[in-house]
Design a protein around this ligand. Structure first.
Ligand code: NAD
Length: 319
């Protein structure tokens, strides 16, 4: 099997590559050619989460699993809170093919999903990007969003305001004016990305104007929550995968509250394949519940492996 360490990933997979790979696998899911296995996700105590996301992509020829989780104490040791590794197997024989560092790939594939939702669902004339969250993933989200719309400015809120400077520096790099705002001012945003580890809603229904597109990316576990359930009640809701959206995604709360039915949620892949028209009017609120599916991980890891093989990088080991 080939080992592709974390340190090689930046040179192997770009944000554009991740966008193409995730869009292709969402489309394969929509066509029924790829599916995710049930997620295993366990609370280890003190906020630590660990689990396995896996799936089979018949079209892309990928079988595998991402093992990893969220360890909130890591930042104090100078390492990121999200830790993961992707394992790929031959879908015909079950033999291990590769072990790939999953840190940067997770950030790239998560930002890609969010950007695909913005590309497909936000108004074409979206000019103001609202960011809720300023942790490790937020910078990737900001960069990816800026690739798909001509934003003129960024407004941002974070529970820990001291973290906003780093996000402001990324906006500056992109040439975008950046302002830290109270949540009430999110009504100015045309697109809002939420990417926090919050256990309770920060963004409320009244903070969101008609016509906004939301990419809710932080809630990937039972018990996490970023937005008020009423918002999902009045929005057109899209998801990477409906089963994950209602069990571990943002929709878990709106479904439990009786404000949203699972049958009203549309897979984003259906918009990509043209089975669903996407946004229907300029006043509609569209909301993407991005829970993060195993197939996204396999798609970007497979790309890293292909490139590593082409360039003779990584280490081959016998298992
Ligand atoms: P991080 O630890 O670097 O940052 C955490 C962020 O959440 C910060 O902005 C912090 O201020 C904020 N926060 C913490 N407690 C909060 C609270 N009580 N209320 C509101 N905000 C709070 O984490 P990260 O790596 O940036 O990840 C952010 C979230 O995204 C995590 O929940 C992570 O599990 C999730 N995530 C989702 C996917 C996906 O595919 N959907 C992928 C990766 C990470």
């Amino acid at each position: 099997m080939l080992i592709v360490p974390e340190g090689l990933i930046a040179g192997l997979v770009s944000a554009e590559d991740a966008f193409a790979a995730v869009e292709a696998v969402f489309a394969a899911m929509s066509r029924g050619e790829a599916y995710n296995f049930d997620v295993v996700r366990e609370a280890l105590g003190e906020g630590r989460q660990y689990g396995f996301k896996s799936g089979l992509d018949r079209a892309g020829g990928q079988l595998g699993v991402k093992a990893g989780g969220y360890f909130p104490g890591n930042a104090a040791h100078g390492i990121i809170n999200h830790q993961s590794t992707v394992f790929l197997f031959d879908p015909e024989t079950g033999q291990p093919v590769a072990m790939v560092g999953g840190g940067l790939l997770t950030a790239l594939r998560t930002a890609a999903a969010s950007a695909i939702s913005i590309d497909r669902l936000a108004r074409r004339d979206a000019r103001v990007l609202g960011m809720v969250g300023a942790g490790h993933q937020a910078g990737f989200q900001l960069r990816a969003a800026a690739r798909v719309r001509d934003f003129e400015r960024v407004i941002a809120w974070n529970l820990h305001p001291e973290m906003l400077d780093r996000l402001g520096a990324i906006a500056a790099e992109l040439g975008l004016p950046f302002e830290a705002v109270p949540l009430e001012r999110m009504v100015e945003a045309d697109v809002i990305v939420t990417i926090t580890s919050s256990p309770a809603a920060s963004l409320l229904d009244r903070h969101v104007a008609p016509g906004t597109h939301l990419a809710c990316m932080g809630t990937d576990t039972r018990g996490k929550q970023e937005v008020e359930p009423a918002l999902l009640g009045r929005a057109s809701v899209f998801a990477d995968e409906i089963a994950q959206s209602v069990s571990i995604g943002e929709a878990q709360h709106a479904v439990a509250a009786g404000l949203l039915d699972a049958t009203a949620i549309t897979p984003l892949g259906d918009v990509i394949t043209g089975r669903h028209p996407g946004r229907r009017s300029d006043d509609e609120i569209t909301l993407f519940d991005g829970t993060g599916v195993g197939l996204q991980d396999l798609a970007v890891a497979a790309m890293a492996v292909r490139r590593a093989v082409e360039r003779g990088q990584g280490s081959v080991v016998e298992i």
